[in-house]
Design a protein around this ligand. Structure first.
Ligand code: AFP
Length: 336
């Protein structure tokens, strides 16, 4: 019989024991995120049978059509964290304004920002989806946090990660001590440590981008994509394209195998599409902890000073060398 598997529960209890001052709140918070993942995985598996595919008919604060599953995923987060005693504020892609949870105050010192269902255009076609989360700590003594307390730089995150609903459900996260991946064992309903201390290769062979937008990109971005497709044995080109329409899934592939994901700015939309606080920042923290990088093309994502909860940002993320080459092209330091 092999070694007894390390479950998420056991892992976080062990980590907590290594920090004598820990109150157990962070461990409980991660366990609750795991619970959200189990609930959503269950909904997604049965979505085609329980009439929750398709649109709600509403649009969110960013003007995007809200899918029924977007709404369900957001409600699941809110329900799991209400009365949990863990979190004093929530901000989500699907909520115009952050929500305070007074029932958890003053005990709950964490603030949670999330994209409840990333890649929701994949819902109706049985393709991968994800959930992305960022965890901040609120030290304020004066009462519940104001909106501006949630608008913080990526370097201030205490933990971040994502859930991925693919052929299996995975929870991948970092609390600043490496990146660890847990796979949900559906038989026992537990996450099991399957990917310990993930390290992203310094260079990859895959790129992920929506090339349908090619003609909207800057000259430098276009030149970088052309470069990736040229033949050159010495630099391992051409790269292969892999793009799923789900950021968490595409970054997951790159985290494990190397390469680069790009959702760059466009000439008439320089801010790009993705949201800084609950998409780019958490994935940037994960990738940086695994040895990779995330950039806007001109600045490290984790250093971007945000001004609004739903702020968008261009995102170039992945293997360290690939991101650096992309920056050189975008900044027109290279034109080959
Ligand atoms: P949805 O959740 O609205 O499907 O958006 C997904 C996403 O934010 C990210 O997961 C994808 O990488 C990106 O947008 C896809 O955008 P395009 O459809 O423009 O390629």
């Amino acid at each position: 019989m092999g070694a007894f598997p390390i479950t998420l529960t056991r892992y976080i209890i062990q980590k907590q024991a290594a920090h004598p001052g820990a109150t157990g709140e962070f461990s409980a918070l991660m366990a609750q995120i795991g619970l959200v993942g189990k609930m959503l995985a269950q909904d997604l598996r049965r979505a085609g049978l329980i009439h929750v595919l398709g649109l709600t008919g509403k649009t969110n604060v960013q003007g995007e059509a809200v899918k029924k599953l977007d709404e369900i995923a957001n409600e699941t987060f809110v329900k799991v964290f209400q009365h949990s005693g863990l979190v004093c504020a929530l901000a989500s892609e699907e909520m115009e304004k952050p929500v305070n949870l007074p029932e958890n105050w003053p005990h709950g010192k964490y603030m949670l920002l999330f994209d409840p269902l990333d890649g929701s255009s994949n819902t109706d076609v049985n393709m991968p989806m994800g959930t992305i989360f960022s965890i901040l700590r609120y030290e304020g003594k004066g009462g519940l946090p104001s909106e501006s307390e949630l608008v913080r730089k990526g370097t201030e995150q205490v933990a971040a990660g994502y859930l991925m609903y693919g052929s299996s459900t995975m929870l991948v996260f970092t609390s600043g001590q490496g990146v660890h991946g847990f796979t949900l064992d559906p038989g026992v309903g537990e996450y099991v440590l399957s990917h310990e201390n993930i390290r992203i290769p310094t260079k990859g062979k895959v790129y992920a981008a929506n090339e349908g937008n090619y003609h909207r990109w800057s000259v430098g971005t276009r030149r970088f994509l052309d470069y990736l497709k040229e033949r050159d044995q010495a630099t391992g080109r051409p790269y292969s394209t892999r793009y799923s329409g789900c950021l968490a899934a595409d970054v997951h592939r790159i985290l494990l195998g190397g390469g680069i994901y790009l959702y760059p700015g466009e000439t008439d939309k320089p801010e790009g599409k993705l949201r800084l606080l609950y998409e780019a920042n958490p994935l940037a923290m994960v990738v940086a902890q695994a040895g990779g990088r995330a950039s806007t093309g001109t600045e490290n994502i984790l250093d971007v000073k945000p001004t609004a909860v739903h702020q968008r940002v261009p995102l170039i993320i992945g293997s360290r060398e690939d991101v650096t080459v992309a920056e050189d092209f975008i900044q027109e330091k290279r034109r080959d």
